[in-house]
Design a protein around this ligand. Structure first.
Ligand code: HEM
Length: 502
């Protein structure tokens, strides 16, 4: 062996020994003492440093957690690397925590990545008083700009018509609808956030969406899991660096927009969420220079609305079209109901929903089956708490597993089958199901639920009023793969469809 090879082998060995020694040192340094007053739920034994990550299916982590709950029960401990998390599964347990003990479980759990990227600002990753202030302001401003009202309903219908035109332009030929659906849905929230919509071909708009999609994919990559265990490796991990630069670029866009508007906002003519934020900031700064209404919170909150308001709803719509192509008999029934209740000419309105039990059931079942946020967003305990005989310390990360609620076999007759009957009684009337929880529950429940439900109903009915959707020639229903792609959200694999005018 040459001298260089020996030297290299020595360097590798020394580096490995150094990394392992450091890891073990940190593990034992921070290991909780055995005489702890806390009582954690049971769970699989973990390895030093990596915890239970060796048994986690990186492509479907929610499924591993569901399987573990069969063995350890509805409350169990899972070590995400060094981080000891409590996993909650099944409707009763998740509801008991998020609703009955809402305060105890209402804090947002932070990973190393969410801490670095959000700095604890905004709504999704905010906490304490700052979060409370941002959530309250955001909800009331969204309402002022029409969330849940006729104004936004008209806006959605207008936007859906632009989408219909794009679909129509393909003249029945097959195409991938992802970019256009994303753009249409995104434009609804953009109208509120910026006071204006973007053209579907606007390069800046497409860039923002691309950054968002990339980060959703990268967020769950093995490299990011490694980063959570060894955050000091960040600057060596390409995926972390890419996520950071994507994040920075998005934030810069919001920040530049904020600065453009800051000095010209007319308090008597607030055109957007950002305008309303600036006006509030100017008002608050006079009374309190340390107000939470600052640029960092503005950039974060507007970014949250853009991200959360685009990805989840458009992914659900894409699942919906795919499922209806796979099950054409269900699509036919939806067509028939739209025809009977709305007809071909007038656009659907939200109040039609109550007269359309089948369509309503199909939409609910799409959301249940699509399971778009399978792991929920991480929570954490607010203080030392007692829950189901366990004593869990303050700051423990908690995963209220939405998959386990949406597929809870004690609540759904055929949990793993796409079956709109889950939401219909024997007479075909719509029935609400308590385990329908795609927006989560409690203090952190999705802030955009009303908007999302309105968008889903209007986009879906407008699309099906105009088109019959079918698979491209040569693709059979049984070929449709319903397993999701890997990402923070559960999205369908890319697919093509044919939109045939009817
Ligand atoms: C089908 C569509 C949607 C689904 C399935 C969905 C689902 C969720 C879920 C599961 C959470 C986490 C709740 C928790 O931590 O317990 C969440 C939070 C959130 N969502 Fe949505 N969402 C959707 C649409 C929207 C829209 C359209 C908006 C924007 C207006 C939005 C804004 C937010 C925000 C700001 C939060 C953070 C709330 C907080 O931490 O206080 N979401 N969403």
């Amino acid at each position: 062996m040459s001298l260089i090879a020996v030297l290299l082998a020595n360097i590798v060995t020394v580096s490995l020994v150094f990394i392992l020694t450091t890891a073990f040192f940190f593990y034992f340094l921070f290991k909780p003492s055995k005489s702890s007053v806390y009582r954690f739920p049971p769970g699989p034994a973990g390895w030093p440093v990596i915890g239970n990550l060796n048994i986690l299916d990186m492509k479907k982590p929610h499924e591993t957690l569901c399987q573990l709950s069969e063995k350890y029960g509805n409350v169990f401990t899972f070590h995400m690397g060094r981080q000891r998390c409590v996993v909650l599964t099944g409707y009763e347990t998740v509801k008991e925590a998020l609703v009955n003990q809402a305060d105890d479980f209402g804090e947002r759990g932070m990973t190393h990545a969410s801490t670095v990227f959000s700095k604890g600002a905004g709504v999704v990753f905010g906490s304490g008083e700052s979060w409370k202030t941002m959530r309250r302001f955001t909800l009331s401003t969204l309402r002022d700009f029409g969330m849940g009202k006729r104004t936004i309903e008209d806006r959605i219908v207008e936007e859906a018509r632009c989408l219909l035109d794009v679909f129509e332009s393909h003249k029945g030929d097959s195409f991938d609808p992802i970019i256009n659906i994303n753009s249409a849905v995104s434009n609804v929230i953009c109208t509120i956030v910026f006071g204006d919509r973007f053209d579907y071909s606007d390069p800046q708009f497409l860039r923002l969406q691309q950054l968002l999609r990339q980060n959703i994919k990268l967020g769950i990559s093995p490299a990011m899991r490694l980063y959570e265990i060894f955050p000091f490796l960040g600057s060596f991990l390409a995926n972390f660096k890419k996520m950071s630069s994507n994040n920075l670029e998005t934030q810069m866009y919001f920040s530049n927009y904020y600065h453009e508007r800051k000095d010209i906002v007319d308090r008597n003519d607030l055109r957007s969420f950002i305008d309303a934020f600036i006006a509030k900031q100017q008002e608050e700064e006079i009374k309190n220079p340390n107000t939470y209404f600052n640029e960092v919170n503005m950039v974060s909150t507007a970014g949250n609305l853009f991200g959360a308001g685009t990805e989840t709803t458009s992914t659900t719509l894409r699942w919906g079209l795919l499922l209806l192509m796979k099950y054409p008999h269900i699509q036919e029934k939806v067509h028939a109901e739209i025809q009977a209740v709305i007809g071909k000419e007038r656009p659907p309105r939200v109040e039609d929903r109550k007269d359309m039990p089948y369509t309503d059931a199909v939409l609910h079942e799409i959301q249940r089956f699509a399971n778009v946020v399978p792991m929920n967003v991480l929570h954490q305990t607010k203080s030392d708490i007692d829950f189901k005989g366990y004593r869990i310390p303050k700051g423990t990360p908690v995963i209220p597993l939405l998959t386990s609620v949406l597929f809870d076999k004690n609540h759904w007759e055929t949990p793993h089958k796409f079956n709109p009957q889950h939401f219909l009684d024997a007479k075909g009337k719509f029935v609400k199901r308590e385990a329908f929880m795609p927006f989560s529950a409690g203090r952190r429940v999705c802030l955009g639920e009303t908007l999302a439900r309105m968008e889903l109903f209007l986009f879906f009915t407008l699309l099906l009023q105009r088109f019959k959707f079918s698979l491209p020639p040569g693709v059979r229903a049984e070929d449709v793969d319903l397993s999701p792609t890997i990402g923070v959200t559960n999205a369908p694999k890319p697919y093509k469809l044919c939109a045939i005018r009817q």
